[in-house]
Unconditional design. Structure first.
Length: 118
């Protein structure tokens, strides 16, 4: 499974941005799709996850209420809508395919950079 993220860029604080992640293959091997980010000098952080079947969602505490994950099964694409962005949201954002329940993600995208200026 190959994952390709897009939608990153430079925005101002308070702006919104939507990231996309397209999966190249069947979703059977990755029941859950997740979004993570990693800022310079920091550990990778879980943001959100969604199941392909049923669309059940999970969120990390730092983004609850600001970020929304969604999916389009027909397009094998997962989205991350990010609102009210802050400079501390600056990071490389990655999508991953795997299992939220087992916290195991086997497939990763190359990442897309999001920079939020103050």
């Amino acid at each position: 499974v190959q994952l390709v993220e897009s939608g990153g860029g430079l925005v101002r604080a308070g702006d919104s941005l939507r990231l996309s992640c397209m999966a190249s293959d069947s979703t059977s091997s990755s029941p859950t799709m997740g979004w993570f980010r990693q800022a310079p000098g920091k550990e990778r952080e879980f943001l959100a996850a969604i199941t392909w079947s049923g669309g059940r969602t999970y969120y990390g505490d730092s983004v609850k209420g600001r970020f929304t994950i969604s999916r389009d099964g027909a397009k094998n694409t997962v989205y991350l809508q990010m609102n009210a962005l802050k400079p501390e949201d600056t990071a490389v954002y990655y999508c991953a395919g795997g299992s939220f329940i087992f916290n195991k993600y086997d497939y990763w995208g190359q990442g897309t950079l999001v920079t939020v200026s103050s």
